[in-house]
Design a protein around this ligand. Sequence first.
Ligand code: SF4
Length: 434
Amino acid sequence: MERTTVALKRYEASPDSLRELVQLCDGFSGLQPDLDVLIKPNLVALDDRHPMSLYGVFTTTRLVHDMVILLKEYGVERITIGEGSVRVKGYGVSTHRIYEYLGYPSLTKRYGVKLIDLLEGPFQKVDFGDCRLEVAQRALESDFLINMPVLKTHNQATLSLGLKNLKGCLSLKSRKFCHGSDGSLDHHLSRFVEKIIPALTVLDGIYGLERGPFVFGRAVRMNALIASRDPFSVDVVAAFLAGIDPSKVDHLREFAERHDRSLSLDAFDLRGTPFRELKKTLKWDNTWREDDTGPKAWDRIGVSGVSFPKYDKTLCTGCSGLYGPVMTLLMASYKGTPFDEIEILTGKTMKPSGKARKTFLLGNCMIKKNRKDPAAGQAVLVKGCPPSLEEVQKGMQACGFDASLDIYKMFRDSLMERYAGKAEFDETLFHFSA
Ligand code: SF4
């Protein structure tokens, strides 16, 4: 089988590094100046209540700006940037607010770039064989889609790269559907790219994120850019670059099996900066105790009397983002004595153990499934889809935890301090500059 071309480039200067990268993979092949180009970055969600580090979480604004410069040099007139950033009650802001925060309106002023929120629709129902998903029409109709994901690890999907970034083209309803109780998340992730087809994928690995996908992970400066006209190839090479075997990434393995594609690095014609010079192993997840009652790290501290099973793939992004706050509040209220036999259940399929005095049910799915289960302890209902932080705090207090959102705020502030004063963490890469 012919090897697909994948370009690798160390990020050194704007816009030259990206220019070279695109040339190396002939990335603008098929692009005509009169085509309608859509750029899809990853601006997953912005927390408007707490400081949030964007390293390894968002596509850098610098790289998006560089792409616009290259497209203008090429003579392209119609350039649109489209993203559908997650916001739920009490968390997150609209995609347009995020664009403003990052300075994207300057791209409109200077280059005439159009900014759209893919969540505003309209959506088209697309047949994926065993289900129909609502996909933003704009993503389907663009003449030349440029996908610009980030190099991040992901607690549920192992990696969140180009194939997964396309989930941001779906309606919120369809995104939730992909986290169904049958645990088919990876199956869906493997298929978006069959209907939403990028002409070019440029992976932004200026920062990689360990133990992602949220801000609780740790960013690493990698300065790695990867591009190809073949989206799958970018993800496989990015997995190797992050030290993760792509055959262990379920959605990549499933795509490879369905399309008879190789998951070996030898299957790609790598051009540009030598692979070994960019490679950096990223840690991808926290390990849990064998009996699944909490993270392994709790053994060292001696936490007992509480069971917090590991998130599964049925948990949507909204509820998944609450694992960090729950964990923080729980740890902050641990005073060295056992908790009062509490279990915390999440997602769509978890079942009470029959051993707990109180059963904390996070979100409407868990409430519906377990509130009347005789095996549940006294049920503490944390309502919402997903619940707000205030609901989480209230529920934890009802379980006897000394839960305080002020402590959570202090923890979030401390996460920011990890990057402060370090030259490699450069905030200006995320905010438009000339
Ligand atoms: S309650 Fe949570 S897991 Fe259930 S649909 Fe809502 S966000 Fe998803």
